[in-house]
Design a protein around this ligand. Structure first.
Ligand code: ATP
Ligand code: MG
Length: 431
């Protein structure tokens, strides 16, 4: 699906850019033809004017019958195909190389025409540019001069230009095609990511929900049978309730992950005091510590630390870390919450003296549904989503989450939130 869309994008890109290129190449070529012809005409006009001036300079008889009398000047004009002189009535009075019809048949100005001439003892057809100008003396038109030059040099230079265009345009079209393919890939990336995200959510949800749904079904099926023991019946219903609750938590977590993937809503960003946020958490966990027989200590700065952040999400990330610390620390252990303000960042640490995480598992604990060894996971419950959620929240705030741990000694999870996030985070989302 993505490849087809990418191909379509590349095709339309190449088509539109290719058409623009061809139009520009065509326009450039026709401008080049016009410009070269203008230069050619200007040179031809100059030559004919020189000849006309030399004729008028002859004095009393300005119209010599014999063309060689026109002097050596013409001999250097080898590129001229012919020179013809007509009197003021248009009768031919002299010529060089070719006499034509004997009468002047065109008006003064430029003409492009075909001419049969000798070339290497063969008659061949050449394109000529002909100019006809009046010859004036004492403000009177005394004759007409017609001069023609071969357009072959101009054609050669235009042939070269055409050759380069014929090579250059397909090469450029090829480059445009490759660029289109590359840009198509880039353009498809966000869609591909969104699609993969959706697929992952569907796969995760269906995979994780299959087991609890099967448990609900089997409990319900047995519960529908005539009850032998009312206590057992009650237990089955209790199982269904527990499983449904856990499914609801799972669905909530999955929806949370898919809704907030890498994005923060600029509207929910506020300047919050992270120290005050921590204080709201303390009492709940102090009670929990007493129930679990754990020592819970807190170290907070005395000054407030202001951050531009989504307070609810940050609270969720820290709660997930604290929940883990309480869940994976046996009675008698300690849990320590620490907030440290540094010049460019704020650090939040949750440290425990719990069971720890083996070094092989540590790099994976932030992956969705990753749980270290199934035996202890079954004991503690959970889906393996808490750290994935925490990481997603912290990264959306342009922060980092890291973990260090030693089996049997404890773990430390650390959040690093940039203080300059106020500007970066918001502008990048708004952009
Ligand atoms: P959930 O948070 O979704 O209820 P969970 O706690 O198993 O389930 P995570 O919070 O993502 O999932 O943690 C992933 C795994 O990392 C846990 O299953 C646990 O094995 C290990 N883990 C996380 N925190 C700690 C900790 N403080 N001490 C020891 N192991 C931990
Ligand atoms: Mg957890």
């Amino acid at each position: 699906m993505f490849d087809r869309s990418r191909r379509n994008l590349a095709y339309w890109f190449a088509l539109s850019m290719g058409s623009i290129l061809i139009v520009f190449a065509g326009a450039g070529y026709s401008l080049a033809v016009k410009e070269q012809l203008r230069v050619f005409d200007a040179a031809l006009y100059k030559k004919s004017q020189l000849i006309a001036d030399s004729l008028v300079g002859n004095g009393s008889d300005p119209l010599p019958k014999e063309m060689p009398m026109w002097g050596d000047r013409l001999l250097i004009n080898n590129d001229l195909v012919y020179v013809r002189l007509y009197d003021h009535k248009g009768h031919l009075v002299g010529f060089l190389k070719d006499s034509g019809q004997g009468r002047l048949e065109t008006k003064p100005g430029y003409q492009t025409l075909q001419f049969w001439g000798y070339q290497n003892t063969l008659t061949s057809r050449v394109w000529l540019r002909q100019i006809t100008i009046p010859v004036m003396q004492n403000k009177q038109r005394i004759a007409y001069l017609q001069v023609a030059a071969s357009l072959t040099p101009l054609q050669h230079s235009l042939n070269e230009a055409r050759f380069f265009l014929m090579l250059g345009v397909p090469t450029a079209l090829g480059i445009i095609g490759v660029t289109g393919w590359f840009l198509g890939g880039l353009a498809m990336q966000p869609t591909r990511r969104a699609y993969e995200q959706l697929q992952r959510f569907t796969a995760d949800a269906s995979h994780e929900l299959r087991a609890p749904v099967a448990a609900v079904l089997s409990n319900a099926q047995v519960g529908l049978m005539p009850p032998e023991d009312p206590q057992e019946q009650h237990q089955r219903l209790q199982n269904i309730v527990e499983t449904a609750k856990s499914m609801s938590t799972l669905i909530g977590n999955l929806l949370f992950l898919s809704r907030n993937e890498g994005q923060l809503n600029p509207k929910t960003l506020k300047t919050i005091d992270i120290v005050a946020l921590m204080q709201t958490l303390i009492s709940g966990y102090t009670t929990q510590a007493a129930t679990q027989n754990l020592i819970f200590t807190i170290q907070l700065p005395e000054q407030p630390i202001y951050l531009k952040a989504d307070g609810e999400l940050l609270r969720q990330a820290i709660v997930n870390l604290l929940n883990n610390a309480f869940k994976y620390t046996p009675p008698g252990g300690t849990v320590h919450l620490r907030v440290v303000a540094q010049s460019h960042r704020t650090i939040v640490q949750v440290e425990d003296s719990g069971i720890g995480i083996p070094s092989g598992d540590l790099p994976h604990v932030f992956e969705r549904f990753y749980r270290v060894d199934t035996a202890r996971s079954r004991q503690t419950g959970g889906f393996g989503l808490g750290l994935a959620i925490a990481q997603q929240i912290v990264q959306a705030h342009r922060g980092q989450i890291t973990a260090t741990s030693q089996v049997g000694k404890g773990s430390m999870f650390q959040l690093e939130l940039p203080r300059g996030m106020k500007h970066e985070g918001v502008s990048s989302r708004e952009g």
